[in-house]
Design a protein around this ligand. Structure first.
Ligand SMILES: [Zn+2]
Ligand SMILES: [Zn+2]
Length: 272
């Protein structure tokens, strides 16, 4: 599998892997395994949420796992909120106001337990959580990953990036790119205008606050034209951020935009 987290747009991932690369990958995997065993001796594996002892590094203990609210079908076929009693149905919000993105999926409900798993990735330098969340995202978004030409993270404004030192959405996009073999263009979008924290704003106020907040990097426009983009972020709240990004990606020539986040806040009305 290619490590294509920073690969530019292109179809290079379709080329077969040469034998020498396979041998090199096996040697690297062996060294990685030995390194991991050493690490386990020095630093025993612990639950990434509560710190309890576990068998493998980078895993969640049984207690914490049992408390995570995973999102299961049936879902709205568009926005992915748990909804209805059968497949292929649209929630009332998507029926009344079809979003600019084609489909959105997330593995985990953003409740108190979901926050314990996702929030430290954003605010506590827990960059290791990207590798913990990516497999769950890959499962929930398998269909979206399969049809994606390119993965693009939701950007941070440069000042927020300066203070945080990393973009959590880019870490997730890179981890998903490594798992799926799809290319990720981590600098395809940028945020020319800083926005105040969206906090408790209503969906309408969020949309207004995010108008013109996103832009496609001019040097990436040609690479996005005619491509299906999978937008990656940590949390979807109202969908306003995803819609803001989808608007500029579609304007740049992307054929469609899907959205994959680690967690989401389901609109209560859609679940009713
Ligand atoms: Zn735990
Ligand atoms: Zn919906």
């Amino acid at each position: 599998m290619r490590s294509s987290a920073t690969a530019p747009c292109g179809s290079a991932w379709e080329s077969p892997t040469p034998p020498e690369a396979i041998a090199r990958d096996r040697v690297a995997a062996g060294l990685l395994g030995a390194g991991r065993a050493m690490l386990d001796l020095v630093l025993p594996p612990h639950c990434v949420v509560c710190g309890a002892a576990v068998l493998r590094q980078g895993t969640v203990c049984a207690d914490c796992f049992g408390r995570i609210a995973f999102i299961h079908a049936p879902l709205c076929r568009c926005c992915g909120v748990p909804f209805g009693s059968g497949p292929d149905r649209l929630c009332s919000q998507c029926e009344a106001h079809p979003p600019l993105f084609a489909a959105a999926r997330a593995p985990i409900r953003y409740d108190a337990e979901g926050r314990r798993l996702v929030l430290p990735l954003k605010h506590a330098d827990r960059t290791d959580l990207a590798a913990v969340l990516a497999p769950h995202m890959a499962r929930a978004g398998a269909a979206l990953l399969a049809r994606a030409d390119v993965l693009v993270p939701v950007p941070l404004h440069r000042w927020r990036l300066f203070h945080r030192r990393y973009n959590q959405a880019a870490l997730l996009a890179a981890a998903l790119a490594r798992r799926s073999g799809r290319p990720a263009v981590l600098d395809a979008l940028h945020r020319p205008r800083a926005t105040a924290p969206l906090g408790e704003l209503s969906p309408t106020a969020r949309r207004a606050a995010l108008a013109d907040a996103f832009a496609v990097a001019p040097r990436r426009v040609a690479g996005l034209a005619g491509r299906r983009v999978l937008l990656v972020d940590d949390v979807m709240t109202s969908g306003a951020t995803a819609e803001g990004c989808a608007a500029v990606l579609l304007a740049a020539g992307a054929t469609a935009v899907d959205v994959l986040t680690a967690a989401r806040v389901p609109p209560p009305r859609a679940e009713a």
